[in-house]
Design a protein around this ligand. Structure first.
Ligand code: GAR
Length: 211
């Protein structure tokens, strides 16, 4: 399945997907990587892996719709069937989500619906949580919103720093995102009636891991 990865930053998430592909664990083909910033390590990682890249920066367009149209044109030109957000730090509008309805995945470093947005690890520590984690979900037009597919949990120990928790979460992200992408590419995972459906079974609010 022809897959595009959209990112804005370091690209560690992209690297995990590339590594899974190299090991034969990714049942999808990374057709292109698109960044909304020109100077990202994520683009360098893509180029090092021989993947086609493009930069589509919001500032180049007069409106959000025009920016999203440029993304849509690029994705359609690459015949992309699945859009994977990997640290893409922009909220997509309904204009984009409808163009790829049921075909956009995101990973967010919290146990959704908790801690949407930024600084999730510090906010979880400050809230006194003893458990934290990461969620893969289908994407709707709200911030870190859409049906959850799979979550991975990590502990927060007393006196943990946000960096320590972030490393623990990243390790889980490396495992679960390639897995979910593969489920989708194998036709095992679909979005239906605002729910995630795996192997014909509707997943609960917290996705597969909650069962
Ligand atoms: C990842 O941890 C991902 O969960 C998070 O951004 C990081 C990207 O890291 N995504 C979000 O916060 C989405 N709201 P990377 O640039 O090293 O791949």
């Amino acid at each position: 399945m022809r897959t595009a990865v959209l990112l804005s930053g370091k690209g560690e998430t992209l690297q995990a997907i590339i590594d899974a592909q190299k090991c034969g664990h990714l049942h999808a083909h990374i057709a292109c990587v698109i960044s909304d910033r020109a100077d990202t390590l994520g683009l360098e990682r893509a180029q090092a892996a021989g993947i086609a890249t493009a930069v589509i920066a919001r500032a180049q367009y007069a409106s959000k719709v025009a920016f999203e149209d440029a993304l849509i044109v690029q994705l359609n030109a690459a015949k992309v069937e699945l859009v994977v957000l990997a640290g893409f730090m922009r909220v997509l509008s309904v204009h984009f989500t409808q163009a790829f309805a049921g075909r956009i995945l995101n990973i967010h470093p919290s146990l959704l619906p908790k801690f949407k947005g930024l600084n999730t690890h510090q906010r979880a520590i400050d809230a006194g949580e003893t458990e934290h984690g990461t969620s893969v979900h289908f994407v709707d037009e709200s911030l870190d919103g859409g049906p959850v597919i799979l979550q991975a949990k990590v502990p927060i120990f007393p006196h943990d720093s946000a960096d320590e928790v972030a490393q623990r979460v990243k390790q889980q992200e490396r495992q679960i995102y390639p897995l979910v992408i593969s489920w989708f590419a194998q036709g095992r995972l679909v979005q239906h009636n605002n729910s995630a459906v795996l192997d014909g079974k509707v997943l609960g609010a917290a996705g597969y891991a909650s069962e």
